[in-house]
Design a protein around this ligand. Sequence first.
Ligand code: NZQ
Ligand code: ZN
Length: 385
Amino acid sequence: MNNFELYNPTRIVFGEGKIIELDRLIPKDAKVLILFGGESARKSGTLDEVEQALGNREIGLFGGIEANPRYETLIKAVTKIQKEGYDYLLAVGGGSVIDGTKFVAAAVNFEGDSWDILTSGGKKITSALPFGTVLTLPATGSEMNKGSVITREETHSKRAFQHDSVYPQFSILDPVKTFTLPPRQISNGVVDAFVHTMEQYLTYPANAPVQDVFAEGLLRTLIDIGPKALANPQDYDIRASLMWTATLALNGLIGAGVPQDWSTHMLGHEITALYNLDHAQTLAIVLPAMLLEKLPQKQAKLAQYAEQVWGIREGSEKEKALRAIELTRQFFETMEVKTYFHDYNLNQEVIEPLIESLAKNGMTQLGEHQDITLDVSRRVYTAAL
Ligand code: NZQ
Ligand code: ZN
């Protein structure tokens, strides 16, 4: 096991009806800006419930944060806060609204050009406004981590940052709030959580058995409940499991002390930035091709994954590994997320722009061995055509 430091200050308040707890969780004298996305939070009644729970506090609203939140939009929230003087933020939505709120929280008191928050990966952040979240879409884990991914429309850049000051102070996870999600977002959420787990697990054996068992448990749970969550949109227990599984998949726990490989996410971000596919769609395209490309380096862990997650007992290590990759692809397809570029009407012509974009963003040495160069990425994209 590698050395590690684990810090996670986010309080999770889980269960039906828990929005009412906002009154206890946010200081009484706070002036609160509520940030949300398009129409879903208002239509579902969640926004009304939030406003009611905040009681007599002074509040403001900032809506319109899009999926794959845009820098250009978020800057308007920063200006509003500077003008109107809010001292607490509340994100109501999915990963995009939460990521957007993290950026806004860090940008309000940032000296200089706030895009540097992204180009420095968060290193230049010195402070952030306090904020909490009400999660409406289980997928990203943003509700309990310090990461955020922001898109700059002007340059088609999708970049990530991390900082300890952007852990949410609390996140309210009410599974009932997911009942209104369209099937496509449930599919996306399951695939995203699955790939988060894989990118912290599927590297090489590192003498970290408890991290492995946690990760394998999350993967098995997603394989079990994913299709059920699609088939039974109002089943509380299934939605509750999905919500908690997605949070655990990216809150730091399973990644502590183990090698990680975020190459699928990095290659996927470029696809969203240039061709606007949903985040999870990009992961479903890249992951199977990436696992095949890295078979020699990942074979031992793939065989473990085959045995522990898919119950494959027969065959050589390589045969088990190949079968597990195929089953992974089939699982994404069962979740109705397609796994090839051509399924999204994208062809050979996308490859070089994607490679150029990776190069521009410095994504030239990815993976647990830092050996995924642009040539390797080109092979992965090409194998996924
Ligand atoms: O905008 P509204 O109308 O609210 O609709 C949203 C949005 O269109 C809708 N939605 C959310 N909750 C709903 C609902 N519709 C009905 N009922 C509800 N309860 O769902 C759509 C997608 O929402 P979004 O927040 O974009 O989805 P998700 O949570 O999958 O977030 C994706 C973003 O997170 C980033 C991705 O790159 C992407 O930008 N990620 C963030 C990570 C992190 N911070 O740790 C890690 C991830 O790997 C990921 O990169
Ligand atoms: Zn993701």
